[in-house]
Ligand binder design. Structure first.
Ligand code: GLU
Length: 513
């Protein structure tokens, strides 16, 4: 394939949704696979919907996922600027070119007039009325008014917009790489505004002018843009430009039920839909992020890559390099992909297990600070090694492994009541004494000592080991007991067991009373 140039073109109207992450990823994979260029273009022509901080958030998210752009507002490039607001001055002449060619016209309707027109139509049963070849004659525009009237309104310069002119009864076919041929009848299209009264182009004009000027070869974007594509194709034709190839990605569906995965589904189903926490100042809502939940970016990438793309084999774990090698547009699936929360957790677990202990330790360090936990590097690394197979999310290290940092205040009493026998107390005291006398407090030495004592005294593992675990960790869940003891250290284990035995004895006495 020659000279692949693709772009991810988000509008900074909010944080980057998981669907946007997928669009960016597929564009990135496609570019890298073909030795092409991955461009980040910020489409900020809609000033009303502009949200401060959204662009920074998008950039930070792409960085976190390792989706580095070759050309972008920050990295620059030969086709810049890469922020549409900074390209403002270049769009008007294209809108005017279409007017000159008779493919666009001026409109003077105010938004109030348009509203009233829409409402009146609705009231008379004409739902979803379109500004088009049928209705434009009843509106205020340069096609319905006399040239003098139009001139006057143009000179006045108020509420002047430009709309695309679309002739009816033409068949427009998109050769979509994902969906095959999708055909529209031009009679069904609305004559969209391409240039606004505020001097800014709309998405439609800016998008195609930029795709053309930036020499975009392939457009890979969400399904929600499919219905705009016939308008885009018409504009390519009107300008005499060759359109890029199009691929429209199907929606990501909610975990349960029908419909698109929305931003509020995260809270509802207990998972994030945004890379990082996001506070919506308009609604005062906080949305929680993948990072804060404890997902690793490479796990999210792997998981998201399979939401709507089929690698062609049964494997599930792919590094970015493998994805680049395998990716192809013809393996993108047409059906919507369902977001499976458990599967996303499974991926994260696999990536945590596979990750180097030192890297995990570095990720946990800020979390240690937050929790006021102070341990040595060596302790942290051993802790990571013991716990990593038992966690799904990074914070699970601290919920499941809390006892590595202090003895829990609450011991699981039920287990103590069930397993602890008062008559075994002398044996436990004897085992503590043996531990005190050990020269080397290693897991294998502790194991041999304890297990031989149990066998020699014919006590049964089931009566002793759970109590030792409970007495050391306060819970029955955790990694290998003897390795846990080694890491906690001789004195700590002896102290914990001694005081836990007092508690168990008291529980038992209370139970017997
Ligand atoms: N600015 C559009 C968006 O926010 C881009 C659509 C496209 O890729 O053409 O999704």
């Amino acid at each position: 394939m020659t000279n692949v140039r693709v772009r991810f073109a988000p509008s900074p109207t909010g944080p980057l949704h998981i669907g946007g992450v997928r669009t960016a990823l597929y564009n990135y994979l496609f570019a890298k696979k073909h030795g092409g260029t991955f461009i980040l273009r910020i489409e900020d022509t809609d000033q009303k919907r502009y949200v401060p901080g959204a662009e920074e958030y998008i950039v930070k998210s792409l960085e976190w996922f390792g989706l580095t752009s070759d050309e972008s507002p920050l990295a620059g490039g030969d086709y810049g600027p890469y922020r549409q607001s900074e390209r403002k001055s270049m769009y008007k002449k294209y809108a005017e070119e279409l007017i000159e060619k008779g493919f666009a016209y001026y409109c003077f309707d105010t938004s109030d007039e348009l509203d009233t027109w829409r409402k009146e139509n609705e009231a008379s049963g004409n739902q979803g009325v379109k500004y088009n070849y049928l209705t434009r004659g009843e509106m205020k525009n340069s096609l319905s008014l006399s040239p003098e009237e139009s001139r006057k309104l143009l000179d006045k310069g108020e509420n002047v917009t430009i709309r695309l002119k679309i002739e009816p009864n033409r068949s427009i076919t998109i050769n979509d790489e994902v969906r095959g041929d999708v055909t529209f009848n031009s009679s069904d299209l609305d004559e969209k505004v391409i240039f606004k009264a505020d001097g800014m182009p709309t998405y439609h004009l800016a998008n195609i002018v930029d795709d053309h000027k930036m020499e975009i070869s392939h457009v890979i974007r969400g399904e929600e843009w499919l219905s705009s594509t016939p308008h885009h194709l018409l504009m390519y034709e009107y300008f005499g430009w060759t359109p890029p190839s199009f691929s429209h990605l199907s929606l990501i569906i909610k975990p349960v039920g029908k419909g698109k995965l929305g931003k509020r589904d995260g809270a509802k189903f207990g998972f994030p839909v945004f890379p990082f926490d996001w506070f919506d100042t308009k609604t005062n809502e906080t949305f929680i992020g993948f990072q804060e939940t404890g997902y690793l970016p490479e796990a999210v990438i792997n998981f998201v890559s399979l939401l709507g793309w089929n690698p062609g084999n049964d494997e599930e774990i792919f590094t970015m390099e493998e994805l680049i090698k395998l990716f192809s547009l013809d393996r993108i699936v047409k059906a919507g992909a369902r977001f499976d929360v458990d599967k996303s957790k499974w991926f994260n677990q696999q990536y945590i297990i596979a990750k180097a202990n030192t890297e995990l330790a570095d990720l946990l360090k800020p979390m240690l600070v937050e929790r006021n936990i102070d341990v040595t590097e060596d302790y942290l690394l051993k802790f990571v090694d013991l716990m990593k197979e038992r966690v799904e999310m990074l914070p699970d290290f601290f919920t499941g492994g809390a006892f590595f940092f202090s003895m829990p205040e609450e011991i699981e009493e039920k287990m103590a009541r069930k397993k602890y026998k008062l008559e075994n107390r002398p044996h436990f005291d004897a085992m503590i004494e043996m531990m005190r006398n050990m020269q080397q407090f290693t897991s294998s030495a502790i194991e041999t000592t304890i297990k031989s004592y149990i066998s020699e005294n014919e006590l049964g593992f089931g009566a002793i080991l759970p109590i030792l675990r409970l007495g050391t960790c306060g819970t029955m869940k955790g990694p290998d007991l003897f390795e846990t003891m080694e890491l906690l250290g001789q004195q700590e284990v002896i102290d914990r067991l001694s005081s836990s035995l007092e508690v168990f004895t008291e529980i038992k006495n209370r139970q017997n009373a």
